[in-house]
Design a protein around this ligand. Structure first.
Ligand code: UDP
Length: 494
């Protein structure tokens, strides 16, 4: 084990959104092998991770969680609404950002009282004020964004060139300029990330950009061999060090750690494993569409019937359902009882993906899920909805060549209003995509072999001496050097 100064202390600011929280907790446990780690979050979010952080502390990792109170009433949000997935509508995001902004002073006060004093902040980029706090404390700050290098680079190109302005209609296709793969997508697919319709959001995105430019480096949940052409390109475009330290989900090795990532699962993990144990190797499709996506009643029916028509055994996690959907599901569950397992709410995703009976993963292409699918060595059916998900879909299909699309259209991130949007993925295309992924002929076999190879590379990246482990070590070393640099007295040249 590498030895670093004993008083090294990382401060982590995860965004209060499951995809970001889960991954920061993994990063916390990785860093706590070498340093003290403090996670700053709010009481409701602490509770979601308590069993994981308690277990980490029991195993002698130096992790603590410090809670700050979000001033919800002051911004007009309901009491206890401390995570993006608790907001009744996407229109309220702006209020959540306003509440998050008000954490700057309390956070700084907490940080000033810590012992050992903070050495480095790793902040989600949606807390731009952490840049000012780091400056005042004279410590380095690394920024964490969310997507992998490929998608991050594409977003950078689209936000910093006028390529999108030259395209007339949202449905027009264009080729992303300046990258090594030919990536074609529509303006709507490319532009649904960072679209700022209100002045508050335009200001917020500008502050995020400024804070990112000031960061000492970028932390990415990815591994170098996955994005060979893109790690260096991203570092060049951002003019910053890029540390790929993942896939961090592979740090979870015990059944308990794999099963308890995120919310409490809607199924007992042992029942789930028993169900999988009875299935043939690589025969099951796991369907899970993220922690934020929500679908209309009609869209859920199309998905369900598509799965039913495919004749493939499946586990399908349905995040939220209306009374109408619940009624429909009663008959549906009876029809598919021999080969379909429905999980209501939250699935132990990483645990399910790691089971040898699983042969394919239908995903909404959130970056964490994408990487978890890659880590499990699985080919994927892609079903993106909004934000970076369409770019991640392109990465899975066109760059890695391990996926088949169900052909989703862009759906605005407007939960609470799903029924206003037309069905994006039709049952016939769901059926066809599932069959193609599970297919044992040449095309399916090719995808499966490529996915398997990537899974092996992912695992070795996280092993001792593997590229992601070495990147973690040199990231820590770099922080130490920057701290030493900051500590040097400044001499005025006379
Ligand atoms: N996840 C899970 N069970 C679920 C839904 C999601 O464990 O039922 C986890 C998943 O493993 C991943 C994260 O939640 O780590 C979702 O992050 P991602 O970036 O894929 O998508 P998001 O939900 O942020 O859109």
């Amino acid at each position: 084990m590498a030895s670093f100064p004993k008083d090294l202390h990382f401060i982590l600011f995860p965004l209060m959104q499951q995809g970001h929280m889960i991954l920061m907790i993994d990063i916390a446990r990785i860093l706590a092998q070498y340093a003290t780690v403090t996670i700053i979050t709010t009481p409701v979010n602490t509770k979601r991770f308590k069993s994981v952080t308690d277990r980490a502390v029991e195993s002698k990792l130096n992790i603590q969680v410090i809670e700050l109170q979000l001033p919800l009433a002051e911004v007009g949000l309901p009491d206890g609404c401390e995570n993006f997935d608790m907001l009744p509508s996407a229109n309220l995001f702006v209020k959540m950002y306003a509440a998050m902004d008000m954490l700057e002073k309390p956070a700084e006060n907490v940080l000033r009282g810590l012992n050992p004093s903070p050495s480095c902040i790793i902040s989600d980029n949606q807390f731009p004020w952490t840049n000012d706090v780091a400056k005042r404390l004279n410590i380095p700050r690394l920024v964490f964004h969310g997507p992998g290098c490929f998608t991050y680079l594409c977003l950078h190109i689209m936000m910093n060139t006028n390529v999108l302005n030259q395209i007339e209609s949202d449905s027009d296709y264009f080729v992303v300029p300046g990258i090594s793969d030919r990536i074609e997508l529509t303006k709507a697919q490319a532009g649904s990330w960072g679209k700022s319709e209100t002045k508050e959001m335009v200001d917020f995105f500008t502050r995020m950009k400024v804070a990112e430019e000031a960061a000492n480096g970028i932390v990415i949940n990815s591994f170098e061999e996955l994005e060979v052409n893109y790690v260096g390109e991203l570092a060049k475009a951002k003019d910053k060090k890029v540390w790929c330290i993942g896939p961090v989900s592979l740090h979870n090795r015990s059944i308990q750690d794999m099963a308890e990532r995120g919310n409490k699962a809607g199924i007992d993990e042992n029942d789930c494993l028993k169900w999988l144990d009875m299935k043939e190797q690589q025969s099951v499709m796991f369907v899970c569409l993220g922690s934020m996506s929500s679908f209309s009643h009609e869209q859920i029916i199309e998905l369900g019937v598509g799965l039913e028509l495919s004749n493939v055994p499946f586990i399908w996690c349905i995040r939220s359902s209306t009374e109408e959907t619940k009624r429909w599901l009663i008959g549906y569950e009876e029809r598919v009882i021999d080969r379909g397992l429905i999980v209501h709410g939250w699935a132990p995703q990483v645990l399910i993906l790691s089971h040898e009976a699983v042969g394919g993963f239908m995903t909404h292409c959130g970056w964490n899920s994408t990487l978890e699918g890659v880590s499990a060595g699985l080919p994927m059916v892609t079903c993106p909805q909004f934000a970076d998900q369409f770019l991640n879909e392109k990465f899975i299909i066109d760059v890695l060549q391990i996926g088949v699309s169900v052909g989703c259209k862009v759906v605005p991130n407007a939960f609470g209003e799903e029924d206003k949007f037309e069905v994006s993925a039709k049952k016939e295309s769901v059926k066809m995509a599932v069959e193609r992924i599970m297919d044992k002929e040449e095309e399916g076999e090719g995808r499966r072999m490529r996915a398997k190879k990537l899974g092996e590379l992912a695992k070795s990246a996280m092993e001792k001496g593997g590229p992601s482990h070495l990147n973690t070590m040199s990231m820590i070393q770099d922080i130490i050097e920057q701290l030493n640099e900051n500590a040097k007295p400044i001499h005025d040249d006379v």
